[in-house]
Design a protein. Structure first.
Length: 319
């Protein structure tokens, strides 16, 4: 008998809702407030195999957002802002990818382990089913398993990275699924397709072409540094130092950021003229800047995984 009840409960949870609003209608409804957007984090680097136990896991061992993931998060935030959608509480799981999806989209977030919890619980459902503050919508940035195990009608594999389900609390810790935003919907509604750059990263009108030498796991951090340098995004550069650079007690991240700000002011954006492997752990990049200042950048990397950067040295003509 207990098995029969469990089966009925499972079927009730996984059967699709009778009707869902279209994405366009969802945006109209969201302007009224009263909904919760349960959003799976945007695109990540799936080559990283991370432990399920997230506590005290350093950034470089986590699966983090890619350039596309950052762009997608920002695009969704701009879409909501442009459509006048009121956002109140923003919560995420403690992982960097969920927190940063929220931060890039809305500029603020609080994290809770309930949105990382693998096994569903009454507390997790109660969090999702909490009603928003009057006149606002809540956003919960989480993982696919939290969505699949709590939101009615959502099946495993249905919600990809960057996609979201909109629900409404109906009392008694119960939810009604109102609609779904797929990636194609975000792209159409925002008017800008988000696509992987695969080696060429637009920077203004001048592309940064990543040479084959930097497309290996051992030198991927160097390519990421150059992309991040050109982005001009201070928050993203700080995150780069946290993730890809070996900590140095004698040189704080704030000091590194001061150097970055000075270099960015002097050089603008960089294009690669040549790249040479001096040895297994040293790469010299000859670069041309948008300010017409030639520069040679020497990188030292770790000999073993995760192949973080140990040091970065700039030499510029006339300096």
């Amino acid at each position: 008998m207990m098995l029969a009840h469990a089966l009925l409960a499972f079927l009730a949870a996984t059967n699709p809702p009778d009707s869902l609003l279209t994405p366009d209608s969802l945006l109209v409804e969201l302007r009224k407030g009263g909904y919760t957007i349960v959003w799976r984090h945007t695109a990540t680097d799936k080559s990283v195999q991370e432990p399920m136990a997230y506590e005290n896991t350093p950034r470089f061992q986590q699966r983090n957002l890619t350039d596309r993931g950052v762009a997608d998060a920002k695009a969704v935030g701009l879409l909501f802002k442009s459509r006048g959608i009121p956002i109140g509480e923003v919560l995420s799981s403690p992982m960097f990818r969920t927190r940063e999806t929220a931060e890039y989209a809305f500029g603020h977030v609080e994290s809770t382990p309930l949105l990382r919890q693998v096994d569903p619980s009454p507390e997790q459902l109660r969090l999702i089913a909490t009603e928003p503050a009057a006149g606002t919508n809540r956003v919960l940035v989480t993982h696919h398993f939290v969505i699949e195990r709590n939101v009615p009608g959502i099946k495993p594999g249905q919600i990809a990275e960057g996609e979201a389900v909109v629900v409404r609390a109906t009392g008694g810790d119960k939810l009604r699924t109102v609609g779904i935003f797929k990636m194609a919907d975000w792209q159409r509604l925002s008017g800008a397709a988000s696509s992987s750059t695969s080696g060429v990263v637009p920077v203004g009108n001048t592309p940064l072409v990543i040479p084959a030498l930097l497309e290996t796991p051992e030198r991927a951090a160097i390519a990421e540094y150059l992309k991040t340098f050109n982005s001009g995004d201070a928050a993203r550069m700080r995150q780069f130092y946290e993730r890809f650079v070996v900590p140095n007690p004698a040189r704080t991240i704030d000091e590194r950021m001061q150097t970055y700000d000075r270099l960015k002011s002097d050089l603008g954006t960089l294009s690669i003229v040549s790249a040479e492997a001096v040895d297994a752990n040293h790469v010299a990049i000859s670069a041309q800047s948008s300010t017409a200042t030639p520069a040679t950048i020497t990188f030292t990397t770790e000999a073993d995984k995760p192949y973080r950067i140990v040091s970065i040295s700039f030499q510029m003509a006339g300096h």
